[in-house]
Design a protein around this ligand. Structure first.
Ligand code: SAH
Length: 365
């Protein structure tokens, strides 16, 4: 194994050894430690963010994602302003501190239109996180001025070769650097959130360890990761088309598996490298292990859940991967299931906006 000497070598080695899980690592005691770091650094509260997936329209053709532009088998939708506000009102009713407005990369979403919606939601007392993919700088600026607090943009993998293959640039454009975008978002005053998919075909343990090291160097305020889940209507998820993709040629023993256990390790390691970050136990983790995923993630380093507030009639259409957790539950049932999990593990729902401790401390300096 060749290690990247530019990153902190010891930590990188430790990260790899946890990921590969050689016999010297006692995982149970490691998870106990990461839960303890979570308790000490961000406390017992679990912050609830109401997720509003308000458009599945997308101009991109990411090879992994079910709502990619070329998938003609899904019906496309964009919520109206009234529908978005009604979903945000549910967040107020359920006493969530914030909402996350997420979409495909929908160029039909006008910056001014969304800016006005952000202002309205802020007046309701909620913090607002945006996650609309790659947009022009002036849009990020406008939304920040309108009051948006946070921006989520996963860099998906730090392996540039792999990223450029699975996330092709728009035609006539250069490949983008999502890490640069995150830095720009931070300079605009956003809390920044990022993360990766775990077990992307062609992703090695070394790649994943470097991803985690980058969480540290970026001092992320929010870290959301989940297993890669194959979608049959995508080039990467369909065995027929998969073999024609120019993925990195890696030794099969170096391939990261897309398992629940690997996702727990990444959550736990994220807690170690960014102890004060807000770390959700994502829907993909709750999907790959429907019984225990959410609970175990929250017991191994995570402190955030994002209950889905998307109106039920649209949920099935935001199918980035199949069998997404809570697709057929009502908004009330989704909420009840999350609250039940919190009770089972003896944790309490957060009060207030649930700002990142890391962000607040940086602002004070
Ligand atoms: N358009 C926005 C939001 C994309 S959906 C953006 O590009 O940032 C949010 C996240 O879902 C993505 O960042 C990706 O990490 C994850 N995702 C998409 N397809 C997936 C799949 N097949 N398996 C697991 N996660 C997936």
């Amino acid at each position: 194994m060749t290690l990247d000497k530019t990153s902190a070598p010891m930590n990188f080695v430790e990260i790899i050894s946890i990921l590969i899980n050689n016999s010297s690592v006692d995982l149970n005691s490691f998870f106990q430690q990461t839960d303890e770091v979570r308790r000490t650094c961000v406390g017992e509260e679990i912050h609830l963010r109401g997720l509003i997936e308000f458009s599945n329209i997308c101009r991109r053709n990411c090879l992994y994602c079910g709502i990619r532009a070329s998938n003609s088998s899904i019906q496309r939708y964009r919520l109206t302003e009234e529908e978005i506000i009604a979903a945000a009102e549910k967040a107020v009713e359920f006493r969530y501190g914030s909402v996350v407005l997420q979409t495909g990369e929908d160029s039909g979403i006008e910056a001014d239109w969304l800016g006005k919606i952000v202002k309205k939601i802020k007046k309701m007392g909620l913090a607002v996180t945006l996650s609309l993919g790659e947009r022009d700088d002036q849009d990020y600026q406008l939304w920040r001025k309108a009051g948006a607090d946070r921006y989520l943009l996963r860099f998906e993998t730090s392996n540039r070769q792999l990223f450029n293959v699975i996330h092709p640039p728009l035609s006539n454009r250069k490949p983008v650097d999502r890490i640069e975008i995150l830095q720009k978002l931070r300079s605009l005053g956003y809390e920044i959130g990022s993360g990766v998919m775990i077990g992307i075909p062609g992703q090695t343990y070394e790649d994943l360890a470097r991803d985690i090291d980058i969480f540290r160097t970026l001092s992320l305020d929010m870290i959301g990761c989940g297993p890669y889940l194959p979608h049959p209507q995508t080039p990467l998820g369909n065995p027929e088309t998969h073999k024609n993709i120019d993925l990195p040629d890696i030794d099969p023993k170096d391939q990261v598996p897309a398992t629940a256990e690997m996702a727990f390790k990444v959550i736990a390691l994220a807690r170690i490298v960014c102890p004060k970050a807000n770390i959700p136990c994502t829907t993909a983790v709750a999907t790959i292990d429907a019984q225990e995923g959410r609970k175990l993630g929250l017991m191994r380093g995570a402190n955030v859940v994002m209950p889905n507030l998307t109106p039920v009639k649209y949920r099935k259409m935001y199918e980035i991967y199949p069998n997404k957790s809570a697709t057929y539950l009502s908004v009330e049932q989704t909420h009840d299931a999350v609250m039940q999990t919190l009770r089972e593990i003896g944790r309490i729902p957060g009060t207030g906006r649930g700002d990142s401790v890391a962000y607040l401390e940086r602002e004070q300096c």
